[in-house]
Write a protein that binds this ligand. Structure first.
Ligand SMILES: Cc1ncc(COP(=O)(O)O)c(C=O)c1O
Length: 402
């Protein structure tokens, strides 16, 4: 059935699209002609490309960003009742992986420009929580915390492909002897002061869902320089089998977090043109910025000087407070422009409220960004014409509302 934008269902421009070539289709096909569909040469090859790219000693491929972060939490020895400082302005998985181990996310608010965790709040929270007593209390959620719980880790997120303030975060970690898990699921290729995002803490994770910079379908890679932790995470991803264990021997409580060979092959070949992929995404972001900065009532993403390379993941605009974002979002959809509020704050998700007693007003900057932010169609294969169509609709919607 032929549909037009005015029927309100057919997107004129897709929300995101993977950037895939014929070669990438062929390597996946080639894997299907071998006997290795899991744990074969494509997985080790993909890991090698990421090691070479980031300079990390180890790269461990897994089947999702969530799985990767969970393994980091295990490797950092974060346990029942432990505390870890993280961001409420993120995709839920960055906090969920703490809950998987019955640890408690200590949320601190974010920088209003970037949406990344505020490093001064991280420092203050770490100081107060380490000191304990009454000063610690104000950082704790209303419920769900064990008395005497210890702060173990920092879990910053490189939001939308922009690195968190890692110098300060690392300094805090050193001062208070905390592990750093850098959630770089949205930031493959980003650089902070010339260093790869993901390599700035003890552990980093890049994710490859189809809307990410490169894709493996489902998949992710953990990077670390820690030999012992790397061995442990390799064992955990493979049902807890340590080197020397047979197929039915399991030294540890593990998981099936293995990536398959088709996914790994796709990732390996996508990495061969990572710069091309990132540059195409940057070009699309620039087309957007050129057009959107002139629209009154729209804020475009801000890039800090410390971000020596932005790795565009999504394109999130913010509406001025007097514009009703949800109304604008609905009107854009009616014009055939898909969009998503980005993010709904983690602390206000129903299961978080139920367990920890969070309330609206707990993290005002996060909530403000959550109310005003909207991800618009974005990918490296978008054309300038498609960008123009989206921007024309945004202009039209703003003029109608105002
Ligand atoms: C910041 C962040 N962390 C973690 C994840 C989880 O990755 P996955 O969906 O591969 O489990 C994502 C994915 O969107 C993410 O954006």
């Amino acid at each position: 059935m032929k549909k037009t934008a005015s029927t309100n269902t057919y997107p004129l421009v897709p929300m995101s699209s993977p950037d895939l070539t014929k070669t990438e289709q062929e390597v996946v096909q080639a894997v299907l002609e071998t006997t290795y569909l899991s744990m074969g040469p494509e997985t080790t090859g993909f890991e090698e490309t990421i090691r070479n790219y980031t300079g990390s000693r180890h790269a461990i491929a897994v089947n999702s960003g969530t799985a990767g972060l969970h393994l980091c939490v295990r490797a950092a020895n974060i346990k029942d009742g432990d505390l870890a400082i993280t961001s409420p302005f993120s995709f839920v998985a960055s906090a969920n992986v703490l809950l998987f181990e019955r640890a408690v996310p200590i949320f601190v608010d974010v920088d209003p420009l970037t949406g990344n965790i505020d490093p001064l709040l991280v420092q203050q929270a770490a100081k107060d929580l380490t000191a304990g007593g009454a000063t610690a209390q104000k950082w704790l959620p209303r419920s769900g915390v064990t008395k005497g719980a210890k702060l173990r880790a920092l879990l910053p997120v490189d939001v939308f492909g922009q690195p968190a303030e890692m110098d300060s975060i690392r300094k805090t970690a050193q001062e208070f002897d905390l592990a750093v898990i850098e959630d770089s699921c949205e930031a493959l290729g980003a650089e902070y002061k010339g260093h790869h995002a993901g390599t700035l803490g003890d552990f980093g994770v890049f994710a490859f869902y189809p809307n990410k910079q490169i894709t493996t379908g489902e998949g992710a890679i953990i990077v670390t320089d820690d030999d012992e932790a790397a061995d442990f995470m390799r064992a955990l991803r493979n049902q807890g089998r340590s080197p020397g264990d047979t197929w039915l021997q399991h030294t540890h409580l593990g998981y099936n977090y293995r990536i398959d060979e088709m996914s790994a092959a796709l990732g390996r070949v996508q990495m061969g043109r990572i710069d091309e992929i990132l540059n195409k995404r940057e070009q699309v972001a620039m087309w957007y910025a050129e057009r959107l900065t002139e629209i009154h009532g729209i804020e475009t993403p801000q890039i800090l000087a410390s971000t020596t390379r932005m790795s565009w993941f999504v394109y999130v605009i913010r509406f001025a407070p007097e514009i009703n974002r949800d109304q604008a979002a609905k009107m854009l959809k009616e014009r055939g422009i898909p969009n998503r509020p980005y993010f709904i704050p983690i602390h206000l998700q129903p299961y978080m409220v139920e367990r920890f007693g969070f309330q609206e007003g707990d993290f005002p900057i996060t909530e403000d960004l959550g109310r005003r932010g909207l991800a618009i169609p974005f990918s490296g294969v978008m054309t300038e014409d498609q960008v123009e169509i989206v921007c024309r609709s945004i202009r039209d919607v703003i003029n109608t509302i105002q």
